[in-house]
Design a protein around this ligand. Structure first.
Ligand code: SF4
Length: 484
């Protein structure tokens, strides 16, 4: 019997399953220190490992390890990374995708010069590419998609000189399908690359001293004192070196199918993604949520942190006072990105407390960004009731999540997605809410004034081919996944 775990993102399928953050800088005497602070600002995108590579002369040197940025780096070891050019990454991997060897940046040796890669995303045709590369003699030491990209770049016999590297990268990226934003660094330059669907964010900024920075989220620019310049375009490679920046497009196909979960949940509220501020997006989604699903209540509360903006929007639109009914411990990692179900359940208990003096005797609207497995929502509703809330009206600032993600976000499997298995009333019962409503897909688009977004985990309309095996194909049919 085929388990539908196979077509989820965290139990198999093609490639690694990561949601990560990348940062790079070119032309600063303080390159590694600035990269450290940049990664610190991106820590919410991955807490399992991190690394920095810098270039001193022709030599690439690196430090990486499991854990948080301020655990892996200290004042002493960071001073050993010299040079004016550096890239780094914070890593999140799911079960089966972890391992110290996958912590990035990964350095690759080549006769035309060494290079390093920091990567965010998931290659959906990785299994096929790996087979092809192995047939050509490539050996793989990690399970990271980085290695596939590196081998595709290295294999190109037509582009042997370092000056030809941009062509080798373009050829490689035209073979890769999926969601990615990554940085390739040689001793002389950085290449910042983004997939042709625009699924993952990547932005360019500039420091006062003229050095260039590139990051998964613009919140990193604020921290290091850089000015936002522009986003890397879908299908674009931006080369940064002593000439400044140059642009190459590896594909004429171009879409702006940014992952809607970046706006809903992942990104920091102070980041701007594709020209839209994340807090503003969430607040507007909260306003529209009230218009679609008003509730008769005494107070509005948000589930910290990612739902606070939507809760403020809901409160403003409804005129119901916004209150701080839930408090979160700052020192516990997000439940959504902890590896196992039991860990998640423990995480919920550890990190959230209901404020009894605020919710006692009140009819509460509880705004949350999404419902994935339902365990977190059920636990929070229970917390609020135990603290004395008389009613808990749950309002979700995104549509019901019914499909897994294949693009590097751990949104669980069909088996685990509560809305894939139960209707609205059944979900309401399971989480023990007084009432339950989700935002419509139309309003979500409206919130960001977007024409295009990836909404596949809500509507199953995946923007890429998923390169399924025969077994998987029958499952796609069973679950009516629309594959482009
Ligand atoms: S399927 Fe969902 S989580 Fe994955 S990229 Fe699309 S919107 Fe984001």
């Amino acid at each position: 019997m085929i388990s539908n775990k196979k077509i989820g993102t965290n139990n198999g399928g093609e490639g690694l399953h990561e949601e990560c953050g990348v940062f790079g800088i070119y032309g600063s005497p303080d390159a590694t220190n600035i990269t450290y602070y940049g990664l610190h600002a991106l820590q919410h995108r991955g807490q399992e490992g991190c690394g920095i590579v810098s270039a001193e002369g022709d030599r690439l040197q690196y430090i990486k390890g499991p854990g948080l940025v301020n655990g892996v780096f200290n004042e002493e070891n960071i001073q050993t990374l010299k040079g004016s050019i550096a890239i780094g990454q914070v890593l999140y991997t799911t079960a089966g995708g972890g391992g110290v060897e996958n912590i990035q940046p990964i350095v690759f040796r080549h006769s035309t010069g060494d290079f390093a890669i920091s990567y965010n995303g998931n290659i959906v045709n990785s299994r096929r590419l790996k087979k092809y590369l192995e047939s050509k003699g490539s050996l793989f030491l990690t399970t990271s998609d980085c290695e596939i990209i590196a081998n595709l770049i290295k294999k190109d016999v037509n582009h042997q000189g370092p000056q030809d590297r941009i062509h080798a990268i373009m050829d490689a990226l035209n073979m890769v399908e999926g969601a990615f934003a990554f940085l390739i660094m040689t001793s002389k330059r950085i290449y910042a690359c983004r997939d042709k669907h625009g699924l993952k964010p990547l932005s360019l900024g500039r420091m006062e001293d003229g050095s260039w920075v590139v990051a998964s989220e613009t919140c990193a620019f604020e921290v290091v004192g850089a000015e936002f310049v522009r986003d890397v375009e879908p299908g674009e490679i931006v080369t940064i070196d002593h000439h400044g920046i140059r642009s190459n497009h590896f594909s004429a196909f171009k879409h702006h199918k940014m992952c809607s979960m970046e706006y809903i949940y992942f990104a920091r509220p102070d980041s701007d993604i594709d020209g839209c501020n994340v807090h503003a997006f969430r607040k507007e989604s909260g306003r529209l949520l009230y218009r679609e699903a008003p509730a008769d209540a005494d107070i509005v509360i948000g589930v910290p942190d990612s739902s606070l903006s939507a809760a403020i929007g809901y409160a403003e639109e409804s005129g119901i006072p916004y209150e701080m009914g839930l408090v979160k411990s700052k020192y516990v990692a997000r439940t959504f990105i902890q590896p196992s179900q039991s860990m998640r359940e423990k995480g919920v208990r550890m990190k959230l407390s209901a404020v009894s003096s605020i919710v006692k005797g009140k009819r509460v609207v509880m705004v949350d960004d999404s419902i994935v497995r339902g365990t977190t929502s059920a636990r929070i509703v229970r917390l609020l009731k135990e603290a004395g809330a008389t009613e808990v009206h749950v309002r979700i600032a995104s549509p019901p999540m019914r499909h897994p993600c294949f693009y590097g976000v751990d949104t669980s499997t069909y088996e685990e997605l509560i809305s894939a298995n139960y209707n609205l009333e059944q979900v309401r019962e399971k989480i023990e809410a007084t009432s339950l409503a989700f935002l419509s897909a139309e309003s979500l688009m409206k919130a960001g004034r977007r024409q295009e977004l990836c909404m596949a985990c809500f509507d199953g309309n995946y923007p890429t081919d998923l390169y399924q095996t025969d077994e998987e194909e029958s499952l796609y049919k069973r679950y009516k996944i629309k594959v482009k």
